[in-house]
Each structure stands twice: as C-alpha cells, then as structure tokens.
Design a binder for this molecule. Structure first.
Ligand SMILES: NC(=O)C1=CN([C@@H]2O[C@H](COP(=O)(O)OP(=O)(O)OC[C@H]3O[C@@H](n4cnc5c(N)ncnc54)[C@H](OP(=O)(O)O)[C@@H]3O)[C@@H](O)[C@H]2O)C=CC1
Ligand SMILES: Nc1nc(=O)c2c([nH]1)NC[C@@H]1CN(c3ccc(C(=O)N[C@@H](CCC(=O)O)C(=O)O)cc3)C=[N+]21
Length: 288
C-alpha cells in the first residue's frame, strides 16, 4: 500500500513565497494582475477559474475574467486577445485551452507577448521549454507535477518515466521537464498500442488524458510513482482524476489524489508566474 501525496503542502509553501513577493511589489506602487480569458463554459475551465480566483485572492494578486462566447469568430477572438495584451494594467494572461474548433491556434499563438504569457501559449516560451532555458514560462501544470516530485524527493535520474497525453499544455512540456532531469521518457497518446504494457514499465507515470478513471491497477508497476493530472468534472460537479486511486494505491509507492493533488499546486505556480511576469515587465520599463 503506497502513500497519498497531498498537493496542499507544496501549494502552501509556494503560496506563502508568492504572497511575500506580491507585498514587496505593491510597496513600490505596482498592482500585479492576472487576466483569465475563457471561451465558452467547459467544466474543467470553470473549475480552474474558481480555484485561480481563490488562489490570487490569498496571494493578494488582482484577477479578472474575460468571458467570450463559445461561437466567437476568429476575427473577434483576435481583437479581444489583442486588447488584453495591450492593457498595461495586466501582467499575466491565462488563456484556457483547448480552444473551440473554429479558432485556429496557429493564427493566434503569437499574439500574447512572451513576457505576459504565463501558461506558455506563445511558441517563444514553448521553445524555451524545449531548450531547457528557464527564463520563460513553462506551463503551470507540468511545473506543478515537477514540484510535487521534487518535494517528495523522487529520484528522476535514469528513471523510466511515462507520460500519458501529448498536449501542449501538459503532455509535451512534461516530457521535456522530465528529460531535463535525466529521466528516460516515453510519451503515449490515443494511437499508442498496448498502452497498459507501456505504462507497466514506468517508474514514474504521469496521467494527463482527461478520461475519468482510465488508469486502473493493470497500468501500474509495483512501487511506481503515479501523478494524476486529470481533472474531470461531471454534471453534478464531482471532480475525478484519470486514475483509479483506490485500486492503484495498492501497487504504487506514491500517488497523487484528485482533488487534492496537482491542481492546487498548478494555481500556486500560476500565481508565482504572475509575479515573475510583473517583475519582468516593470524591469523592462525601468520601474523595478
Ligand atoms: N491538474 C491540473 O492542474 C490540470 C489538469 N488538466 C487536466 O488534464 C487532462 C488533460 O488535459 P489536456 O492535456 O489539456 O487535454 P487534451 O484533450 O488537450 O489532451 C489529451 C491527451 O490525451 C490523449 N488521449 C486521449 N484519450 C486517450 C486514450 N484513450 N488513451 C491514450 N491517450 C489518450 C490525447 O491523445 P491524442 O493527442 O492522440 O488525441 C491527448 O494527447 C484534462 O482532464 C484536464 O482537465 C489540464 C491542465 C491542468
Ligand atoms: N491553458 C490552460 N492551462 C491549464 O492548466 C488548464 C486549462 N488551460 N484548461 C482547464 C484545465 C483544468 N485545470 C485545472 C486546474 C486546477 C483546478 C483546481 O480545482 N484546483 C484547486 C484544487 C483542486 C484539487 O484539490 O486537486 C485549487 O487550486 O485549489 C481545476 C482545473 C487547468 N487547466
């Protein structure tokens, strides 16, 4: 029987640091501010929005939400995003993904200027993740998973790490961050054959597919560390992960629950990134 790793402890440490940093900045007359851009009403976006608003409040960071209709045209979406980008009171922009089908990401991904791009939408920041350059903003969620692994002193060097999912928000950058720590990384997706045979080789298994309870005991090697990134919210508002925690805890050495795992650290990293962006922008203007 393995241990449940609560995200809260890690989130609390980061939150405290961010709060202190925000106070220092405020003393100089600058008010750090996050703008969330939400298109439509996906349940997982709404869950993130609620959690982010709460986290920003506890860190003393301003937070506003721009709500756009699900059927917004590409043209109007670009106009709205440019306006947020040009707003000098906004330091960090979080655009929820995935975006609806009519929006072509290739035509919008360069709009958010890299200094405000706190969840790695702009390819300039994505490139930095691939280069192992820490001056940009890797997406908050894979960073949160890394913080949990580090906090629990999980040995990454030479480990067989398997990432389930290959999105630009979680799977791909997660693979790069693990690779930077000398893990041997395998990335799986919807076309992967014999998925559970691959995952049963993993010393570290990261699940980010968005399919409730898909990972059962059959996917997990004895003693593995399992990080459940999935946030699946049903119509009644119940939150579940991608992993059957009850079943997998018998095999895993460490496992993160949902709720109470990666999600809380994600919002703490988000707050940290707003402060980093605020400092970057004000340094450029010679204020800080
Ligand atoms: N805890 C947190 O802080 C966060 C949680 N999330 C959650 O993580 C989950 C994933 O998010 P995101 O990456 O944005 O989702 P996407 O829908 O963008 O990507 C899902 C990935 O999973 C793969 N996949 C889907 N079905 C299967 C399957 N049956 N077998 C194997 N692979 C499969 C897809 O493969 P393919 O590429 O082939 O389609 C894709 O690569 C969601 O539940 C989301 O809410 C996301 C961000 C933060
Ligand atoms: N560009 C982009 N980046 C994302 O990271 C992203 C996204 N789009 N779209 C939606 C998904 C979903 N997601 C959540 C994160 C935290 C909670 C959450 O509830 N956090 C709670 C804790 C939940 C728990 O206890 O596990 C908290 O911080 O207090 C929910 C959902 C991010 N996502």
């Amino acid at each position: 029987m393995g241990d449940l790793i609560k995200g809260k402890d890690v989130a609390n440490v980061i939150t405290q640091e961010v709060k202190e940093a925000a106070e220092k900045i405020k003393q100089k007359g600058i008010n750090p501010k996050l703008m969330i851009v939400r298109v439509g009403e996906r349940e997982d976006d709404l869950a993130y929005e609620r959690a982010a608003l709460k986290r920003m409040e506890s860190c003393n960071i301003l937070c506003e939400v721009l709500k756009l209709p699900i059927d917004i045209s590409q043209e109007n979406f670009i106009l709205a995003l440019k306006k947020v980008n040009d707003d000098e009171s906004v330091h960090g922009i979080l655009l929820f993904r995935p975006l609806p089908k009519q929006i072509n990401e290739d035509d919008v991904k360069f709009i958010i200027r890299p200094e405000k791009d706190i969840d790695c939408f702009n390819p300039i920041n994505a490139a930095k993740v691939y280069e192992g350059d820490e001056t940009g903003f890797p997406p908050c969620t894979p960073l949160a998973a890394m913080e949990i692994l580090k906090y629990n002193k999980v040995n990454l060097k030479g480990s067989n790490s398997v990432v389930l999912g290959r999105s630009m928000v979680v799977g791909k950058p997660m693979a790069m961050l693990l690779l930077k720590e000398d893990a041997t990384v395998t990335v799986c997706h919807s076309k992967t054959k014999n998925l559970s045979d691959v995952t049963r080789n993993a010393d570290i298994l990261i699940a980010a597919v968005g399919k409730s309870q898909m990972v059962d005991g059959n996917f997990v090697k004895d003693g593995a560390v399992v990080i459940d990134v999935g946030i699946n919210v049903d119509e009644e508002g119940t939150m579940t992960g991608d992993v059957k925690t009850d079943e997998c805890i018998d095999k895993a050495s460490l496992i993160t629950p949902v709720p109470g795992g990666v999600g809380s650290v994600t919002t703490a990293i988000l707050a940290k990134h707003v402060i980093k962006a605020c400092k970057l922008l004000n340094k450029q203007e010679g204020v800080l």
